[in-house]
Design a protein around this ligand. Structure first.
Ligand code: IPE
Ligand code: IPE
Ligand code: MG
Length: 240
């Protein structure tokens, strides 16, 4: 299976760095959590709209391994929001034919939340209209190190030959093993950095940095970013 598309075409896998909830709230004199709450509503709208742009894999960055540095109030609030989101949207996602997956290290999450995540994954396993992946306590370096540790143990135990470790075998050791590489990564709120999101998987992704904050992001802006992607010429290192 080819992990990337080629040339021009529609973005099959779009990954989104949902940034700017705090700034959205601050500019309105609201607490940061109000921005996160509004952000969760935007998630619902973008999930609904994504298939209209030909997207079959949508991956959302909800909480990074670095986001624990925030106040315990904000971290707690975000964790509660994830739980509320799963409770409220779980049925609807199932009904819409979404297959939900979570990537990131679950061992540091509250057990109830981790269980909710596992149940939603199990109950949507047979769906295939949209593959929705939510990154919670996800960090690209953390993911890569985890894979390296497991692979190194396999090699040390004599179960894996070092020569057998190629790009496909490495990809298969990551949390994203069941996903194609992202074609397009969108980041809202104007920051031009990737903040540890899918570094291995996005090696040949196209990027779209949009100025709107995540709570102000709309299905129209999403569709526009996807359409602009379709006009780009991806060469993957080839001459044309
Ligand atoms: C993105 O919005 C949501 C998370 C990182 C959880 P931010 O909370 O980073 O918002 P800004 O960047 O401070 O505006
Ligand atoms: C990236 O946004 C993480 C998520 C969107 C979940 P951050 O706001 O945490 O990234 P930095 O701090 O601007 O790099
Ligand atoms: Mg931010």
């Amino acid at each position: 299976r080819s992990r990337s598309g080629s040339g021009r075409g529609s973005a099959r896998h779009v990954a989104v760095i949902m940034d700017g909830n705090g700034r959205w709230a601050k500019s309105r004199g609201l607490p940061r959590l109000a921005g996160h709450r509004r952000g969760a509503e935007v998630v619902r709208r973008i999930v609904e709209a994504a298939p209209d742009s030909g997207v079959s894999y949508l991956t959302l960055y909800a909480f990074s391994t670095e986001n624990w540095k925030r106040s315990s109030e904000e971290v707690q609030g975000l964790m509660e929001l994830f739980s509320i989101y799963i409770r409220r949207e779980g049925k609807e996602l199932k009904r819409r034919g979404a297959r939900v997956r979570f990537i990131g290290d679950r061992t540091r999450l509250n057990r109830d939340l981790a269980e909710q995540m596992g149940r939603l994954e199990a109950s949507t396993e047979s769906n295939d209209r949209l593959n929705l992946t939510i990154a919670i306590n996800y960090g690209g370096r953390d993911e890569i190190l985890g894979a390296v540790r497991r692979l190194a143990a396999e090699i040390a135990a004599g179960r894996l030959a070092p020569e057998a470790l190629d790009a496909d075998a490495f990809s298969a050791a990551l949390d994203t093993r069941d996903l194609p590489d992202p074609d397009l990564v969108i980041r809202t709120s104007g920051e031009m950095r990737t903040s540890n999101f899918l570094p291995w998987q996005s090696a040949y992704a196209e990027y779209a940095f949009v100025p709107e904050t995540w709570p102000d992001f709309t299905p129209e802006l999403f569709a526009r970013a996807c359409a602009a992607f379709g006009a780009r010429n991806r060469r993957f290192g080839a001459a044309d």
